[in-house]
Ligand binder design. Structure first.
Ligand code: AMP
Length: 504
């Protein structure tokens, strides 16, 4: 039997008249229309020379047609390679020369430049697709037949390659199989209780695992409806709340929405679930949200390579500042980073995971892949955490962001929490910079609240009362805002680069 993810999605659809994606500008698609359009698009892929196993690179604006293309790739047995629309031509050159796609789909405005790049890299085909059904690929969809015999796939066949955000070193292509995606989405549907009665507000980008797989596959595999919004727009989310049942967002969504006057107990009364992930949600935001709406945000944790790993419970306490428990079917251990030896409960170590959710390896990087797996098959996530007495996983930061100062481990999150609690501080990021005496010097970058009068000496003086000496920042800088990527993650590497050489 074929394990093609599309077949599962097709079988899960409650009825073909049901709305799959509700979108502005008359672009909404029922399940029947979505399946038919994906059949047309699969024909169009094949007409452009795409064969099973070929990569299809897609750098287009968010619209329902992105999901049409995703399904078309599944149906044609192709491997989807979604690319952040913010990538420049220079960045694209790396991804495209690495992945060698049989087809590149781009925005209509980028067509000429993409053709030139494709020629340079000897890539065979480029076509354009716009967010309002414009571009050559949209014309091909319109002209193609709707019936398409989906190509059978094995559970272990590739469905997608997602390049990691590459905050340290070169971006790597994570190879995800049909079963990785299907098994994880089915688990999430179960633990988060998704059904065809759900209406999910989808405002996440669709080139990243959160919006592309978590939100979309959970909605489609439960036969739910998505209110498909082109970008994060607080007003549009507030307008959708009375008709929706659920929202999946990054912490920044909640930080922005909690300030919105339209977010109230009444306006969220129809909602049953708010999920946050992709970056740490501050306990303060969790509390503010609960105070305003009565809902406890459900925080979950995952990464491109592993899909979702852990989640706070649907029933039971959703503990702020934690990512809950490992998902059913996912084995998780906290291990000593150097050896992989499992640590006792309460100790800080690296999160390692194993299960059907874990990817197949990095594209064309067998050595890098081998380095990131233990001999017993556990994947080393690079996230540091401890497990509390009730089994909740507490993430304390990325291993590469750990600061070792004078031989002592300093966890940035601890210092950041202390700084954030000071009056006048909006947010902060703590980094380690090379230091001639200490190895690394703890350094804080702080965003003040408007009109707050904060100084470097005042911040350090306040922290002296709360933190051991070796944890104190040696320098504190004030900035307007912290550098963040599209998923709201603070780019610590950019901060380290900006202050390079500070301590000589
Ligand atoms: P990405 O592959 O872009 O999804 O990034 C995955 C990384 O995001 C993880 O390895 C974590 O460092 C971080 N991350 C995801 N979810 C959370 C969360 N709930 N709390 C803290 N960090 C998170």
């Amino acid at each position: 039997m074929s394990a093609n993810l599309f077949d599962l999605i097709r079988a899960a659809a409650p009825n073909l008249e049901k709305m799959a994606m509700e979108s502005p500008d008359g672009l909404s698609l029922t399940y029947g229309e979505l399946f038919e359009r994906s059949g047309c698009a699969a024909h169009a892929l094949i007409a452009l020379g795409v064969e099973p196993g070929d990569r299809v690179a897609v750098q287009i604006d968010k619209s329902p047609d992105m999901i049409v293309v995703v399904l078309a790739c599944l149906r044609a047995g192709a491997v989807l390679l979604p690319l952040n629309v913010a990538y420049t031509l220079a960045e694209l050159e790396y991804f495209l020369s690495d992945a060698k796609p049989a087809l590149v789909l781009c925005r209509p405005v980028a067509l000429e430049a993409m053709r030139t790049l494709a020629e340079k890299l000897a890539l065979p085909a480029v076509e354009s697709l716009g967010a309002s059904r414009d571009g050559g690929f949209a014309d091909r969809i319109a002209a193609a037949p709707t019936e398409f015999a989906t190509v059978p796939r094995a559970a272990d066949d590739l469905a997608a390659i997602l390049y990691t955000s590459g905050t340290t070193g070169r971006s790597k292509g994570a190879m995800l199989t049909h079963d990785n995606l299907a098994s994880n989405a089915l688990t999430l549907i179960d633990v988060w209780r998704f059904t065809s009665a759900d209406v999910l507000i989808h405002a996440l980008p669709v080139f990243h695992t959160h919006g592309l797989f978590v939100a979309t596959n959970v909605a489609l595999l439960s036969g739910a409806t998505m209110i498909f919004q082109p970008r994060f727009d607080p007003d549009a989310i507030v307008a959708a709340l009375p008709r929706a049942t659920s929202l999946m967002g990054v912490p920044t969504f909640y930080v922005r929405l909690v300030e919105h006057e339209g977010v109230t107990r009444q306006s969220t009364a129809h909602m049953r679930l708010f999920v946050s992930g992709s970056a740490p949600l501050l306990a303060e935001t969790h509390a503010a949200w609960r105070g305003k709406t009565g809902h406890a945000i459900l925080e979950r944790y995952g990464m491109t390579e592993t899909n979702m790993i852990a989640s706070n419970p649907y029933d039971g306490e959703r503990r702020a500042g934690t990512v809950g428990f490992p998902l059913p079917g996912v084995s998780l251990r906290i291990a000593e980073p150097e050896t992989g030896k499992a640590l006792a409960q309460g100790e800080i170590g690296v999160i390692e995971v194993k299960g059907p959710n874990v990817f197949k390896g990095y594209w064309l990087m067998p050595e890098k892949t081998a380095e990131e797996f233990r001999a017993d098959g556990f994947f080393i996530t690079g996230d540091l955490a401890k497990i509390d007495e009730q089994g909740y996983v507490n993430i304390v930061g990325r291993a590469k962001d750990l600061i070792i100062s004078g031989g002592f481990n300093v966890y940035p999150i601890e210092i950041e929490a202390e700084i954030d609690a000071l009056e006048g501080v909006a947010e902060s990021a703590v980094i380690g910079l090379p230091h001639p005496d200490f190895g690394e010097g703890v350094t804080a970058v702080v965003v003040s609240k408007p009109e707050a009068l904060l100084s470097e000496t005042a911040v350090i003086a306040a922290l002296e009362r709360r933190l051991a000496r070796y944890k104190l920042p040696k320098r504190v800088f004030f900035v307007e805002s912290l550098p963040r990527n599209a998923m709201g993650k603070v780019q610590k590497k950019a901060l380290r680069d900006a202050h390079e050489g500070l301590y000589g």
